[in-house]
Ligand binder design. Sequence first.
Ligand code: NAP
Length: 242
Amino acid sequence: MAIAIVTGAARGIGAATAARFAREGHTVAMLDLDAEALAATAVEVGGLAIPTDVSDEGAVAAAVERTVAELGKPTILVNNAGYARDAEIGDMTTEEWDEVFGVHMRGTFFTTRLVQKYMVEAGWGRVVNISSISALGHAGRVNYSAAKAGIIGFTKALAAELGPAGVTANVVAPGFIVSAMTAKTARRLGRDFEEHQRIAAESIAVRRVGRPEDIANAVAFFAGEEAGFVTGQVMYVSGNVS
Ligand code: NAP
């Protein structure tokens, strides 16, 4: 069993992933911006809560240091923390652009740069990065779409670089998942959340929206021993053909 770090673990996909890892017997360090929600989830899941802004280089260094000191050297890393700051391109502020790149791209870079050395040292490691179907292009989200596409390029390069050391790197790209993030989008569109889900499900092949556990299942596959011959891949988990 391994030491795993999951970012954005206070709620949603990150919390489901942390819970799944804990059930599988891994020891989990859970990082998130929201200290209060994180503490509650960590108690429920049985992980170590480390309040951290993943876009802050120093905070990530402190979080990884604390993980090593209190749990041991991590060999599984899930870069899941994220949010959207949606706007049409003409209205998008530089701040909205930078914030989204901060959490998704800087965050993924900071954690991975520090954690990979423990994986290389162990001759075994699993990096799983959370992208989105928005990486394929989503109107009103050039910042988020670009950052999520960037995560795919980052992961493929990482997979090529660290494969010889026994480390795999893969991407899970979710479609519509019921979470605080999609609830916020519904509010922005002035829709009731249930109605928003019903409308979304109509354009999904399997005719339902996803749950955080649907994504945790895919992450668990990539993080598992049996996925050792799979690297640099993108798994779209959207109930759809893309
Ligand atoms: P969520 O329920 O909002 O959870 C995301 C968590 O990440 C939140 O607790 C959030 O804290 C935290 N976070 C945000 N910025 C952070 C930072 N700088 N440092 C540390 N933690 C931070 O969203 P989710 O739906 O589970 O999303 C998880 C991942 O899946 C994200 O990368 C998202 O882009 C991706 N995704 C989601 C969907 C979907 O339909 N839900 C689809 C495709 C991809 P705060 O709440 O305090 O901001």
